[in-house]
Design a protein around this ligand. Structure first.
Ligand code: ADP
Ligand code: MG
Length: 350
């Protein structure tokens, strides 16, 4: 069942088109992440869903009801913004209670519900504190509690974690996801952080320049990116461009010949781009014959703890091509890999 539907949404500011014919839907209880670079229209899309922005064209349906003509106050949505947006002169409890006001008029009921919400977001005992007395992570918990206080039909999160430091961010990631599953609330979260989208979302909507480029589960967008943009925006990707398909499964560029399983998608004689993830490149040291074994030179090494990001140059007729490989630290040590060392690499056919 489609719980949230946006159909053909177009929105411009003066003559600038911020959203162009965007359509997508979410199932009840689904967690969708809108992922894209800064300025691509993510916040605008969220504001359209919320009713804070009226699109030039298109419709918004929430829980089977066309809400296109309704303002934010009539849509029953909970919103959390990047900056905490709490009332500084109200305590955590009072901020949360603010999310309840219209429907909860009984003082005892408000108190009970606020206590329950403080518990849900892990803030028992901090209800009397003012925002300035809370850490950034705690302030976002209050904002989250306020957003879900009135049991909204839809939860909208606009980069809720981006102002927090890494440790707090990854903890809140897991907590938000757990709470969202527990409540079964359909959620749309905007982020420019691909790791956050991969870690949290049931499905990711990849955007660029006001358009939706690809929709899919995290592993679909990671393993089967629909375009070079998506491929390089999510994770790192190496490209070898201007290969020509010479025979089934054989691609050539000058004296570089590569075998690749293209499942017959690329017609013979046409140009192709090979895209390979850094973690998929195999470093063979001096020996070993693997798929697409190629000689390369280690140009640079960046230590990352568990692995090294190794920059390799590949001799290609008419210039050299640079590849990045992620190699486990243990392997680097075992093979004694160092800068300016000639090595053999392998690129798996699949
Ligand atoms: P994102 O959230 O992906 O960073 P936004 O949705 O905030 O992007 O903005 C998309 C584009 O629309 C940007 O180029 C921004 O400058 C423009 N924009 C957003 N809001 C307004 C506005 N109220 N008036 C004019 N331009 C706007
Ligand atoms: Mg934004």
């Amino acid at each position: 069942s489609r719980y949230l539907e946006l159909r053909n949404v177009t929105m411009s500011f003066n003559r600038f088109t911020a959203l162009e014919d965007v359509s997508f839907d979410a199932e009840a209880g689904e967690f969708l992440s809108i992922l894209g670079p800064s300025g691509c229209g993510k916040t605008t899309l969220l504001r359209v869903a919320a009713g804070l922005e009226k699109p030039d064209r298109g419709t918004v349906v929430i829980a089977g009801r066309d809400v296109s003509g309704l303002p934010v106050s009539k849509r029953n949505v909970g919103i959390v913004f990047q900056s905490y947006a709490l009332f500084p002169n109200l305590t955590a409890e009072q901020n949360i209670a603010y999310g309840l006001t219209p429907r909860f008029c009984d003082r005892d009921r408000v108190r009970r519900r606020v206590t329950e919400l403080l518990d849900m977001v892990g803030l028992v005992g901090s209800g009397h504190k003012y925002p300035a007395q809370l850490s950034g992570g705690q302030q976002q918990r209050v904002a989250l509690a306020r957003a879900i206080a009135g049991a909204p039909a839809l939860l909208l999160l606009d980069e809720p974690l981006s102002a927090l430091d890494a440790k707090v961010r990854s903890r809140l990631r897991a907590e938000i996801r757990q709470l969202q599953k527990h409540l079964g609330i359909t959620t749309l979260m905007v982020t420019h952080d691909q790791e956050e989208a991969l870690a949290m979302a049931d499905r990711i909507l990849v955007m660029d320049q006001g358009r939706l480029l690809q929709t899919g589960t995290p592993d679909e967008v990671y393993d089967l990116p629909a375009s070079p943009f998506v491929a390089s925006f999510i994770g790192s990707m190496n490209f070898i461009r201007d290969l020509v398909k010479e025979a089934p499964g054989i691609f050539r560029k000058g004296d570089l010949s590569l075998a690749a399983d293209d499942s017959g998608l690329v017609p013979q004689g046409t140009r192709a781009i090979l895209a390979v993830r850094p973690e998929d490149i195999v470093l063979n040291g001096s020996g070993g014959s693997r798929e697409n074994a190629l000689p390369a030179l280690v140009r640079g090494m960046e230590y990352r703890g568990a692995s090294y990001r190794v920059t390799l140059s590949l001799g290609v007729e008419g210039g050299c091509s640079t590849l990045e490989a992620d190699v486990p630290t243990r392997k680097i040590r075992r093979l004694g890999i160092h800068e300016n060392m000639p090595v053999n690499i392998g690129i798996p056919v699949d």
